[in-house]
Design a protein around this ligand. Structure first.
Ligand SMILES: Nc1ncnc2c1ncn2[C@@H]1O[C@H](COP(=O)(O)OP(=O)(O)OP(=O)(O)O)[C@@H](O)[C@H]1O
Length: 291
């Protein structure tokens, strides 16, 4: 199982939102990381056959994406904003979606019960959809995407609005499911990808600016991340000199984590980059170059 994307372009009118994208996505969890508006949803909707590309090719396990009927059999999709009739029970809503996705009647009940167990919603099967928590709704979304047991699962912003515990739970569920399928997730939170994916593509303004293993993305930030302590009145000037990652007030001092391409003018201690540091470095270096 693999997805091969070659020279993919997408325009909305005159606006180019995906530019010459080429990616190879293997089995396992694969992260699509990028800022708001980078083009992640557009790429996912194209992969889910909801949107046609302007040019380029996509093959899913050797099948051309233009063969929508065949490709749809392989895909489960959970969009960013997913909902069902609010008053339906969890079980009835899944049953309804199973009918729509043409799941044969003789296996429907067994499949729905299996899925409810898999996404830990057995206890909630008679609850109305509107009464589920945010995390439960996302897990319901996964169950509906898995109805046809797809080999490829596409999930847009999987953990938006979830608390840390639900996020962890959700990612554990995805990791279990990724044993024998492709799970493609999009997010703008680097930490989400670090914990779960082995490979990542970074999108910026419609272009892929990094593709590869998480460890290689982290390496990009080596010797680029520093910390220093500033006086209150030094911060504004410092902001003009360097890209600040974050600041913490320490009494009257400010401790500051920042990016520097060479040797910082102000005493700074080099520190180990996190994935988030390296991601911020990659994006800001791409946009304007890190000083
Ligand atoms: N239907 C549309 N018509 C015109 N422009 C669109 C349409 N959908 C998206 N865009 C534009 O395409 C660009 C990419 O949007 P997209 O939603 O793919 O980005 P994204 O990375 O998913 O962002 P977010 O993280 O905010 O969801 C943006 O500039 C957006 O305004």
């Amino acid at each position: 199982m693999e997805i091969k994307i070659k020279h993919l372009n997408k325009k909305y009118g005159k606006q180019s939102v995906l530019k010459d994208i080429s990616l190879h996505i293997p089995v396992g969890m694969y992260g699509l990381l990028g800022e708001n508006g980078a083009g992640k949803t557009t790429l996912m909707r194209i992969l889910a056959t909801m949107l046609n590309p302007s040019s380029g090719t996509i093959q899913m396990n050797g099948i051309d994406i233009k063969d929508k009927k065949e490709v749809r059999k392989m895909i489960g999709y959970l969009p960013q904003e997913f909902s069902v009739y609010p008053n339906m029970s969890v079980y009835s809503a899944l049953e309804y979606l199973a009918v729509l996705s043409e799941l044969p009647q003789n296996i429907r009940r067994r499949r729905i019960n299996e899925l409810l167990k898999q996404v830990h919603l057995e206890q909630e099967k008679n609850k109305r959809f509107k009464n589920l928590s945010g995390g439960m709704k996302r897990r319901f979304g996964i169950a509906q995407a898995l109805l046809n047991n797809p080999q490829i699962l596409i999930i847009d912003e999987p953990t938006a609005g979830l608390d840390p515990e639900e996020r962890l739970r959700f990612y554990n569920l995805l990791s279990e499911l990724a044993m024998d399928r492709i799970i493609l997730i999009s997010t703008h939170i680097a930490g989400d990808i670090e914990a779960t994916c082995s490979n990542v593509a970074v999108l910026c303004s419609g272009e892929v600016i990094f593709e590869g293993q998480i460890g290689n993305l982290i390496k990009l930030g080596e010797r680029k991340v520093y910390t220093t302590t500033l006086m209150q009145n030094e911060l504004e000037k410092f902001k003009q000199m360097y890209h600040i990652i974050n600041v913490h007030q320490n009494g009257t001092d400010i401790s500051c984590r920042f990016l520097c391409g060479g040797t910082p003018q102000k005493d700074g201690a080099a520190c180990e980059p996190t994935l988030e540091d390296s991601y911020i470095y990659l994006i800001s270096n791409y946009k304007q170059g890190v000083k």
